[in-house]
Design a protein around this ligand. Structure first.
Ligand code: 4NP
Length: 163
């Protein structure tokens, strides 16, 4: 796996509860963002859930749909549970909400820098709300938050990878 310290590849793991709504959406949006900026080879993005109930499942159809509406295909992703090795494999682990953050802390620690997603990307100490029991508009809101966060994060990272 990549190592940010080698100056080449930055790896990020997005983590939510089920790994079917928010974190696969973030994985897709960040992958698309890297590709659009010609930076696909500079980053690795993955996602996982603190829970394992949806292991092997594709993303929620509502996450697939909102991504597809914005030209991002996440239909091939499959859910997995966060594992102990993830704390060594990734440079960054971003928790989508504060419950995820405290669950992740209980599940392990390691080299990875663990942070709340919106705080890491925007300096905004805010949760990405769980849309699982919500409506299409909740998924639209998640997409908008993640997209805004991605644009900000890449802006910050671009200054680091341009050298
Ligand atoms: P996610 O949403 O954490 O954004 O993937 C959820 C998905 C499934 C469940 C809860 C939240 N669930 O209870 O099964």
């Amino acid at each position: 796996m990549s190592d940010e310290r080698d100056g080449n590849i930055t790896s990020v793991l997005f983590v939510c509860l089920g790994n079917i709504c928010r974190s696969p959406l973030a994985e897709g949006v960040f992958r698309a963002g890297a590709s659009a900026r010609g930076l696909a080879t500079r980053f690795e993005f993955d996602s996982a859930g603190t829970g394992g109930w949806h292991r092997g499942d594709p993303p929620d159809p509502r996450s697939i749909a909102v991504c597809a509406a914005h030209g991002v295909d996440i239909s091939g992703l499959r859910a997995r549970q966060l594992s102990g090795t993830d704390f060594e494999r990734f440079d960054h682990i971003f928790a989508m909400d504060r419950n995820n953050l405290s669950d992740i802390r209980r599940m392990g620690s390691g080299r990875a820098d663990l942070a709340l997603f919106m705080r890491a990307c925007l300096g905004d100490n805010q949760d990405v709300p769980d849309p699982y029991y919500g409506t299409k508009s909740d998924f639209d809101q998640v997409y908008r938050m993640v997209r805004r966060a991605a644009d900000s994060w890449f802006e910050t990272m671009a200054t680091r990878v341009s050298g």
